[in-house]
Design a protein around this ligand. Structure first.
Ligand code: FES
Length: 164
């Protein structure tokens, strides 16, 4: 155990037990960083800083290297994400039908920038390329549900519906 692990152990507010179980399983397997990060993200929903420190100590890989890997792959998230993920389409079909106004309205209503999570951790707002529902443009997706033919005036109702 290195210094980093000792620091983590001192933080009594963070539950490292899931990370410990994952590392117990993988730490003797060479080249296991990606499956470890996948398992951690599955358990925590993202890659918490304290867990990255812990992984660094256990696998003897620098924090910078782990962050480099995590930022290279789009599947990994370094920030805590919301309970609901909103993907606002900015593809061509949606763009010509007012996608920009949809994102602006969402951003204003949720009080977040694209890429950020609301203070109550309920929503994360993301912008993505084509969602494959161009005939319904402009489109957003919330978790697994697609909402189409939206307008600046109606997109807020989607959020209100989910909240209620
Ligand atoms: S461009 Fe938005 S769904 Fe295809």
């Amino acid at each position: 155990m290195g210094e980093i692990n000792t620091n983590v152990a001192e933080d009594e507010t963070f539950d490292l037990s899931k990370a410990e179980s994952i590392l117990e399983k993988y730490k003797h397997i060479r080249g296991s960083l990606i499956p470890v990060l996948q398992a951690i993200q599955f358990e925590y929903g993202y890659l918490p800083e304290k867990v990255i420190d812990f992984v660094s100590g256990e696998l003897n890989i620098s924090v910078n290297e782990i962050i480099g890997v995590a930022t290279f792959y789009a599947q990994f998230h370094l920030q805590q994400r919301g309970k609901h993920i909103i993907k606002a389409c900015s593809g061509t079909a949606c763009h010509v039908k007012g996608a920009k106004q949809i994102v602006e309205k969402l951003s204003e209503k949720l009080e977040v920038h694209v890429g950020d999570t609301t203070k109550d951790k309920l929503f994360t707002l993301e912008e993505v390329a084509c969602l494959g529902a161009c005939s319904l443009a402009p489109v957003i997706m919330v978790d697994e549900d697609v909402y189409g033919q939206l307008s600046h005036n109606t997109v807020g109702n989607v959020i209100d519906g989910i909240k209620s």
